[in-house]
Design a protein around this ligand. Structure first.
Ligand code: GUN
Ligand code: ZN
Length: 429
């Protein structure tokens, strides 16, 4: 039996940074979902509902909006309780706040509670796909995959790898790291929506031997995803230069070990050199911008326009726990402001693209996520402003089709009424 969901629709058909008519907004919209959880049709209600069998289930969300499931492309699971700590910038924050909290994940019971809470919180904010730094402890990362599978979150994650410049319990060695990575990689082979990600924390956490192991792993399993950090903070960049004196620049450290490619996600990149941007474009790396994290740690203003000029694919991340929000929706307003400070304007279509179709394409899951095209999984969330009188009054004053979406991006915060995964409502908030 099919189910039809009614509401206003907003979704991307294409890249709005390339094509101005990429955004589809349908006020009286509908999504028809088959029993297999896939979208059969989405669009104007009268078209989608024409000839609908009389036994179809109809779920009417009234004036609420149905938006594609959000993609949070960068966050740290063991930092769930590290949010909002006063700090003096990245490196001392890692030592004082992050490393102590991450050690608590040696307890599997603690980890299991947090994994469940995190996954539910992500889904409760409309996030249906997340790219996550797991724990250094294998049992803790295993329970994260379990929680994602149980609740239906599409998860990309790996064990956070470091073998230097951190407290002993967080460090591993290349041989143990290889074994753990192989175990998780194999486990994900049989799963449609769980993906293993090779996760060297960042250059300063990794010895040449650990980076060599990662490069070897990627050569052995070329379809593996890779995530790491780059060019987040000036002090960090200086230290990387001293730790790897033979590297031409920060990116070159990862390049020398064969870690770049279209499945490589580089978080931050606030302070890139031109040569790095050219090499990222050449190798097809994805850059993940983390707006509230960059503001909170004082890392700097992300140069979005330079990335676009080089044709680099972009995604957005909350970067929990340096970020302050559990829903990547709330990052859009920060992303907008960071660009405004640099004289760059982003419209609603471009903002929505950064958390839906853009990262879906970058991750190679466009056939399943990020938009409402027929055949994709019915992953969406319901943004419902109707219980918020001010928001409704403000929306009533919008004069063109796109401005309600822009207003919702700036003002809607805790308005996710439901999240639907593969046609099934998983979280009623
Ligand atoms: N660089 C290395 N590790 C981290 C981390 O946990 N958070 C952030 N924001 N940057 C990092
Ligand atoms: Zn991070």
């Amino acid at each position: 039996m099919d189910t039809v969901f009614l509401g206003a629709l907003a979704y991307l058909l294409d890249d709005p940074f390339q094509r101005s008519a990429a955004l589809e907004i349908i006020e009286r919209g509908a999504i028809r979902v088959g029993a297999d959880g896939r979208i059969r049709a989405a669009g104007e209600r009268r078209v989608v509902c024409a000839g609908l069998p009389s036994d179809s289930r109809v779920v009417d969300y009234g004036d609420a909006w149905l938006l594609p499931g959000l993609i949070d492309a960068h966050l740290h699971y063991p930092q769930y309780y590290a949010l909002a700590a006063a700090n003096r910038g990245l490196l001392s924050w890692l030592e004082q706040t992050v490393f102590p909290e991450e050690q608590a994940f040696s307890s599997q019971a603690y980890a299991a509670r947090v994994a469940d809470a995190l996954v539910r919180r992500l889904l409760g904010g409309g996030v249906t796909t997340a790219v996550v730094y797991g724990s250094r402890f294998a049992p803790a990362t295993a329970v994260l995959f379990d929680a994602a599978k149980r609740h239906g979150l599409r998860l990309f994650a790996g064990v956070t790898l470091m073998d230097r410049n951190g407290p002993g319990p967080l460090l591993t060695d290349p041989d143990s790291a290889w074994r753990l990575c192989e175990t998780f990689y194999s486990r994900c082979q049989d799963e449609q929506d769980l993906h293993f990600v090779l996760t060297p924390r960042f250059a300063l956490s990794c010895s040449p031997a650990l980076l060599e192991m990662c490069g070897e792993f990627k050569r052995r399993f070329p379809d593996v995803y890779v995530q790491t950090h780059i060019n987040e903070n000036r002090e960090e960049i200086d230290q990387v230069g001293r730790a790897f004196p033979e590297a031409q620049h920060y990116l070159d450290v990862y390049d020398q070990y064969g870690l770049l490619g279209p499945r490589t996600l580089l978080a931050h990149d606030v302070h890139p050199q031109g040569a790095e941007l050219r090499r990222m474009a050449e190798t097809g790396c994805v850059v993940c911008h983390c707006p509230s994290s960059n503001l909170f740690l004082g890392s700097g203003l992300f140069p979005l326009r330079r990335h676009l000029q080089h044709g680099i694919s972009l995604a957005l991340g909350t970067d929990i726990g340096a970020g302050l929000h559990f829903s990547v929706w709330n990052e859009l307003s920060e992303a907008y402001k960071i660009q405004r400070l640099q004289g760059v304007g982003l419209n609603a279509a471009q903002l929505l693209y950064l958390v839906t179709l853009g990262p879906a394409r970058a991750l190679g899951i466009e056939d399943r996520a990020g938009t409402f095209k027929a055949g994709a999984m019915a992953d969406f969330w319901v943004l419902d402003p109707t219980n918020d009188p001010y928001l409704c009054e403000r929306l009533d004053r919008c004069e063109d089709a796109e401005s309600p979406l822009f207003t919702l991006i700036q003002l809607a915060r805790h308005h996710c009424r439901a999240t639907c995964i593969r046609g099934r409502i998983v979280e009623q908030v």
